[in-house]
Every structure is written in C-alpha cells, then in structure tokens.
Ligand binder design. Structure first.
Ligand SMILES: Nc1nc2c(ncn2[C@@H]2O[C@H](COP(=O)(O)OP(=O)(O)OP(=O)(O)O)[C@@H](O)[C@H]2O)c(=O)[nH]1
Ligand SMILES: [Mg+2]
Length: 278
C-alpha cells in the first residue's frame, strides 16, 4: 500500500481509518524516511485539509516539497562532463554504466573514466561494463592520481568527439575532509579543459536520513547539481528522496531500481507521487 493511502482514508473520515491518529501517521512517515523536519511540515499542512479531494490536496502539498529545478541533464559544450560522486557502495560505478547506456541510446559517442584508482577491482568493474555496453573506458595507474585520470578521460572524449564524458570516482566517507577536498581538485583539474556540467551525487535509497547528511556534506565540498537515488527496487522507504529535495533543493535526476543495466530511469516526480498514493 502506498505511504499515503491510509492517510487519505483518514482525512476522508473513512471508518476503516478511524483508529489511525496523527501520531501513528507521523510514525509511518518517519518509517518511510521522510525525516523529522519534512514529516512535521507535512502533518501540519495535512491537518488543514478538509473536503473531498484529500488526495489532490495532499499531492499538492507534497509537490511543493519537491525541487522545482530541472531534472534534465545540463548540456555543456561537447563533451558534457559529468562527475559521479558518493559514499562507498551506494552504486556509483553501476550508475555510471547505467547512465552511459541510457545516453548511448541517443548519442553516438561517450567516454567513461575510471577515476577510482584506489581499488584495482573498481577499474575492472567499470571496464567490464564498458565492454558490455560498447563504451570506451579510460583508466589510469593503480593508486594513481584520480584527477589525472579524470583529465585524461575528458581529453580522450574531446579527441574522439564524445558528446559525454562520464567520470566514476572512488567512494568516500562524507566526514573525511581530505577525501572531500580531493573532489574539488578533480573538478578543478578537469576544468582546465572543459567545464563540469553535472556533479551527480549517488544516494542509496535505503540508507535513510543519513542520505540527507551525505547530501549536505558533499554539497559543501563540491557543487552537487543533482542526485541519482539507487536501490529503490522494492523499497518502501524511498522517502529520503523527498526529504533531500525539500531541504537541499537538489533535484533527483535518475533512479536505480535493480542491478541490471536497464534498471535505471529518469526520475519522474508524478510517478513517484503516484507510488506514494497507490
Ligand atoms: N538492488 C540494487 N542494487 C544496486 C543498484 N545500484 C547498484 N546496486 C548494487 O550495489 C552494489 C554496489 O554497487 P557499485 O556500483 O559497485 O557501488 P559503488 O558506489 O561504485 O561502490 P564503491 O566504488 O565501492 O564505493 C553492487 O552489488 C550493485 O550491483 C540498484 O539500483 N538496485
Ligand atoms: Mg565504484
């Protein structure tokens, strides 16, 4: 059942929902990772709703907490440079491959960069995806300088007339300031050649309110332009998405819904809202 379907039933005064009180609704929203701030706002606004179109009114309330920024990828001068960043294990490498695959459907040339030089397996992982989807992957020396791999990726993308250069980076703890500073360096080095049009922060949709803290700290280190929220397959919790959009005004641009290359789509806010009421 969608997160808000009982909510709507209660507002309509349906008897089946009469036992449900606002505290209970509040707990449900918290359990869905909407977070305390947004939960409080939504409950306060929802209490004012009366009349028949409770669902319409509630949808309107929730829409107002979604980011109004564009969910389209920004277009740079070819190649459009996109950095993929985030904490460990959230799905950056998989999302870089999925995004490349998604973009390949509409553009001729793409270049992927494996700027996670800390783990040999990470380079291998992206190279394997690249071979599978037919996109060249630029790699560097193990434990080499990530900024230099990123630079080489954009250089190669310029040389082979790629429309996009997608750069995967190593997972980093948002609380480690040296690692966060490295992101700024990668961006600065790349920008000697081309502007970085997008810094996409990957958030694991099941990690709850910690995702909000990650988004805050990454935004302080580097100008995050949008989010990819992963692991939304079968999760009843994706509410963190709404809470990040509300508090940081960062638009979710794509979602990941599984491990396969096709389990990826542009974020559709209307469908997201449908899911909450379904
Ligand atoms: N179910 C599900 N699994 C996903 C999704 N995206 C990624 N994964 C899985 O999550 C795991 C980690 O994915 P990676 O892409 O390696 O994550 P990463 O952020 O690059 O990890 P590090 O480079 O180690 O920081 C893998 O097993 C992926 O298959 C998703 O949308 N749904
Ligand atoms: Mg990775």
């Amino acid at each position: 059942m969608g997160l808000f379907s009982r909510f709507v039933a209660k507002i309509k005064g349906e008897s089946s929902a009469s036992a449900l009180d606002w505290d209970e609704l509040s707990s449900e929203l918290l359990a869905a990772d909407l977070g305390p701030v947004l939960t409080e706002k939504v409950i306060a606004e929802a209490k004012k709703i009366k009349g028949d179109d409770a669902e319409g009114a509630l949808r309107e309330i929730l829409s107002q907490h979604l980011s109004q920024k564009s969910r389209e990828l920004a277009q740079g001068s070819s190649p459009t440079v996109i950095l993929i960043v985030g904490v460990n294990g959230v799905g950056k490498t998989t999302s870089a491959a999925k995004l490349a695959h998604h973009l390949k459907k509409s553009s001729q040339n793409l270049t992927l960069g494996a700027a996670d030089t800390f783990r040999a397996a990470a380079v291998e992982q992206l190279s394997t995806w690249g071979a599978r989807i037919g996109v060249p992957v630029i790699t560097g020396k193990h434990e080499g300088e990530p900024a230099s791999v990123a630079f080489d990726t954009v250089k190669s993308a310029v040389e082979n007339s790629s429309e996009y250069a997608l750069i995967d980076t190593a997972g980093r703890l948002h609380t480690k300031s040296d690692l966060m500073a490295e992101l700024g360096k990668i961006k600065r080095v790349v920008e000697k050649m081309r502007p970085v049009s997008e810094v996409l922060l990957v958030i694991d949709g099941t990690t709850g309110q910690n995702g909000l803290i990650q988004a805050k700290l990454f935004s302080e280190a580097v100008e995050v332009t949008g989010l990819i929220v992963t692991k939304l397959d079968g999760s009843a919790r994706g509410g963190v998405a709404l809470s990040i959009e509300d508090q940081l005004d960062l638009p979710i641009k794509f979602i990941g819904t599984g491990e396969a290359i096709e389990d990826f789509a542009p974020f559709d806010s209307q469908r997201y809202l449908d899911g909450l009421f379904a």
